[in-house]
Design a protein around this ligand. Sequence first.
Ligand SMILES: NC(=O)c1ccc[n+]([C@@H]2O[C@H](COP(=O)([O-])OP(=O)(O)OC[C@H]3O[C@@H](n4cnc5c(N)ncnc54)[C@H](OP(=O)(O)O)[C@@H]3O)[C@@H](O)[C@H]2O)c1
Length: 318
Amino acid sequence: MIESSDLRMSRIPLSHGAGRIPALGFGTLIPDPAVTITATKDALAAGFRHFDCAERYGNEREVGTALQAGLAAEKIAREEIFVTTKLWNSNHRPERVAPAFQASLDRLALSYLDLYLIHTPFAFQPGDDHDPRDQNGNVIYDRGVTLLDTWKALEALVDHGNCRAIGLSDITLNELQPLYAAARIKPAVVQVESHPYLPETELLDFCKQNGIVLLAFAPLGHGMRPGLLEDPVIASIAARVEKTPAQVLLAWAVQRGTAVLTTPKSATRAKESFDISSLPQYALDEINRIQTRQRLNPVVTTGVPGFIPKAKGAEPGS
Ligand SMILES: NC(=O)c1ccc[n+]([C@@H]2O[C@H](COP(=O)([O-])OP(=O)(O)OC[C@H]3O[C@@H](n4cnc5c(N)ncnc54)[C@H](OP(=O)(O)O)[C@@H]3O)[C@@H](O)[C@H]2O)c1
């Protein structure tokens, strides 16, 4: 259930009374450290209160710097923002989880996290190398640890009190169901790629039935063109409701009951992307009838990050 009729302010309650996640979130998958700082400050100033980070993005320190400065400048209390980060694949061994969590907290300069996610269900060879490969260039997976082993270590973080909620990312429904059944603390959030070309309807239904928030990434199709931002159905609705295609895509995501992550990199885009308002039912119906199906990021099948290269080339992380 979404709280607040103003889509920009909507927050979705998390299971176990772990607070409320702002539906509209800002993602920090930004390769450039300087842009990470300016974009994070701009997002906070535009109104974003939900920040999605990851150890793998290599910029938690810059996000922490920007949040400290931004909170002070905007006179916003830590409790008003919601911060997530993610455990990387090479830290799945249970004894590596608490140190990885603490290292993220230190880089972000925070005393607690609102949400900690297992970045992908794939365990890589444990160690400091984020991308362990054999001599043939193949990823070295770790067969000595299960997802449930790692999950139990995340449950212990919640028990210890400086992690309010835990969840999973880049997971399929088939992998989620047994983990959900076995978990002592049920996942509060599942973060996956989702947009009108990849609605993940079955997963969303399961999440809604079980009190899990589906957190959609790449809602604008990662900004790829041609792509969702130029889809004729989206463009036509945007013209009729006098909003931009990005605003239409973000409103659709929130109105269907998901939380959503987008990555505006300038102040103008941050203001635009935050300024969403409810779409009429006919618009939601038209978007739901779009037949194009496309996954942009294969991380869910391999644990290896990165969007599928288009004309301009891919980015290094996911
Ligand atoms: N769990 C995972 O494996 C995973 C994977 C991917 C992403 N994520 C998370 O999800 C976040 C969002 O993913 P995403 O970056 O793919 O989201 P997205 O919002 O679909 O795509 C972002 C791109 O869209 C463009 N854009 C942003 N605002 C716009 C606007 N108002 N109008 C037109 N274009 C706009 C920007 O392109 P320009 O660069 O041209 O400005 C931006 O780089 C990431 O930052 C990360 O936190 C998680």
